[in-house]
Design a protein around this ligand. Structure first.
Ligand code: NDP
Ligand code: GDR
Length: 370
C-alpha cells in the first residue's frame, strides 16, 4: 500500500505540481478544494480520475481552512500519512484589503489542522508540512536570508504566516509531532496565479507581442526577488517530510533579480528589446529594437507605472541561502531563471495565440489583466 497524502490548496500552483509528484511516487492523493461558483480545478483537471475505476488514487473533498469541523472530519476520514498545508489567501497586496480573513485562513487555518491531528490521536502518524514563506523576513535584517535570520513581516499576509510558522514549531516541541516549515522563496511557473508579478508580466508581454494589448501597468519595479521554479520547490517539500527528524528549511536559488530585469527578460524572449526611461511613477519601458516578427513598433511605450499596485509597506529585497536544504535534503534547484522565463513566455504565447485566433474570427476575448 502506498502512502496517503492530504493537500490543502490543491487547486493552486503548488498543489498541482505536488499532486503530480506524489502520484508519480505511488501515493494516494487527497485534496481539499473550495466550493466555487465557477469550476476552479483547471490546474489539476489532467489528474482527475473516474472514481469508479479500480486503484482510484486522486480524490477531492470540499472544504475550507476557516471551518474546523470540516477540516477535522476530512482528516479523520482520510487518516493521512502526510499533510501539506498549501491552502492560503496567498496574495500579499490583497492581504492589506482582507487582513482579518487572511489571518483566519493563513494563521488560524494552520492551527485548525494541527489541533485536528492532535485531537484525532494522529500525532505520531501524520507528518505535517507548513507552507511558510520568505515574506516572513520582510524588512531586511540580513543578506542572504537563512533559517536563523530574524523575521520582520511587512504585510497582514506575512504576519498571519508568522503565526502559522510558530504554531507549527510549537506543536512540534509541545506534542513531539513531525511538523515542519518550508520557508520557500518566490517560485513561479506557467501555472502561477495571473496576478502575481511574474505571470502578470509574461501574460502582458505575450499579449503585447501578439497585438492584443497596448501596454502593461505594474507597480514597484525596484523590488528584488529570488525566483525559482515551482516544480523544483515541491520536490523540497516532499523531501522535508522524509527525514528522521522534523526541521525547518529555507528553499531558494540564491540569486536575486529586480522586477525591472524580469520585464526585460520576458520581452527579450519574444524578440523585443526595451529600455527604461524616467524615474518613479513616470518610469516607462520603450521599444528599442524588434528582433522577431511581432505587433509592436520601435519607440512604442509598452509598460508604465500605476501606483495602485504599490504596497503600503514593501519587501525590497529577498535572497535566500538554501545551504541547509542542500546539505540535509540533497536539494538544489534544477531550473535557471532564464529557463523559467522561457517556459512561462512560451506557455503564455501559446495561450494567447488562441485568443488571437478567436479575435480574428470575430469573437470577443477577455482582456482582464490586474
Ligand atoms: P495559490 O494562490 O496558487 O494557491 C492557493 C490555494 O489555497 C488555492 O488552492 C486556493 O483555492 C486555496 N485556498 C485559498 N483560500 C482557502 C481557504 N479559505 N480554504 C482552503 N483553501 C483555500 O498559491 P501557491 O500555490 O503559489 O502557494 C501555495 C502555498 O505556499 C500558499 O500557502 C502560499 O502562501 C505559500 N507560498 C507560496 C510561495 C510562492 O512563491 N508561490 C512562496 C512561499 C509560500 P482556490 O483555487 O479556490 O482559490
Ligand atoms: P510577492 O509576489 O508579494 O513576493 O508574494 P508578487 O509577485 O505579488 O510581488 C513581487 C514583487 O513585485 C512587485 N510588483 C508587483 N506585484 C504584483 N503582484 N503586481 C504588480 O503589478 C507589481 N508591480 C510590482 C511587488 O510590489 C513585489 O515587490 C509571493 C506570493 O506567492 C506569496 O504567497 C509568497 O509567500 C511570496 O511570494 C514568497
Amino acid at each position: 500500500m502506498g502512502k496517503k497524502a492530504l493537500i490543502t490548496g490543491i487547486t493552486g500552483q503548488d498543489g498541482a505540481y505536488l499532486s503530480e509528484l506524489l502520484l508519480a511516487k505511488g501515493y494516494e492523493v487527497h485534496g481539499i478544494k473550495r466550493r466555487s461558483s465557477l469550476i476552479n480545478t483547471e490546474r489539476i483537471d489532467h489528474l482527475y480520475q473516474d472514481p469508479h475505476v479500480e486503484n482510484y488514487r486522486f480524490r477531492l473533498h470540499y472544504g475550507d481552512l476557516s471551518d474546523s469541523s470540516n477540516i477535522t472530519r476530512i482528516i479523520q476520514d482520510v487518516q493521512p500519512d502526510e499533510i501539506y498545508n498549501l491552502g492560503a489567501m496567498s496574495h500579499v497586496k490583497v492581504s492589506f484589503e482582507e487582513p482579518e480573513y487572511t489571518a483566519n485562513v493563513d494563521g488560524i487555518g494552520t492551527l485548525r489542522i494541527l489541533e485536528a491531528i492532535r485531537l484525532l490521536g494522529l500525532g505520531q502518524k501524520t507528518r505535517f508540512y507548513q507552507a511558510s514563506t520568505s515574506e516572513l523576513y520582510g524588512l531586511v535584517q540580513e543578506i542572504p536570508q537563512k533559517e536563523t535570520t530574524p523575521f520582520y513581516p511587512r504585510s497582514p499576509y506575512a504576519v498571519a504566516k508568522l503565526y502559522a510558522y510558530w504554531i507549527t514549531v510549537n506543536y512540534r516541541e509541545a506534542y513531539n509531532m513531525y511538523a515542519c516549515n518550508g520557508i520557500l522563496f518566490n517560485h513561479e511557473s506557467p501555472l502561477r496565479g495571473e496576478t502575481f508579478v511574474t505571470r502578470k508580466i509574461t501574460r502582458g508581454v505575450a499579449r503585447i507581442a501578439l497585438g492584443l494589448q497596448d501596454r502593461l501597468y505594474v507597480g514597484n519595479l525596484d523590488a528584488k526577488r529570488d525566483w525559482g521554479h515551482a516544480k523544483d520547490y515541491v520536490e523540497a517539500m516532499w523531501r522535508m517530510l522524509q527525514q528522521d527528524k522534523a526541521e525547518d528549511f529555507v528553499v531558494a536559488t540564491g540569486e536575486t533579480t529586480s522586477v525591472r530585469d524580469f520585464v526585460k527578460m520576458a520581452f527579450e524572449e519574444v524578440g523585443i528589446i526595451v529600455s527604461f526611461r524616467g524615474k518613479g511613477e513616470e518610469e516607462v519601458a520603450v521599444v528599442e529594437e524588434v528582433l522577431k516578427e511581432c505587433a509592436v513598433e520601435i519607440g512604442h511605450t509598452v509598460l508604465a507605472i500605476d501606483p495602485r499596485y504599490y504596497r503600503p509597506t514593501e519587501v525590497d529585497l529577498l535572497i535566500g541561502d538554501a545551504s541547509k536544504a542542500k546539505e540535509k535534503l540533497g536539494w538544489a534547484p534544477r531550473y535557471t531563471l532564464s529557463e523559467l522565463v522561457k517556459e512561462m513566455m512560451e506557455a503564455d504565447m501559446e495561450l494567447f495565440r488562441k485568443d488571437l485566433y478567436l479575435k480574428e474570427g470575430g469573437h470577443k476575448i477577455n482582456s482582464y489583466n490586474e
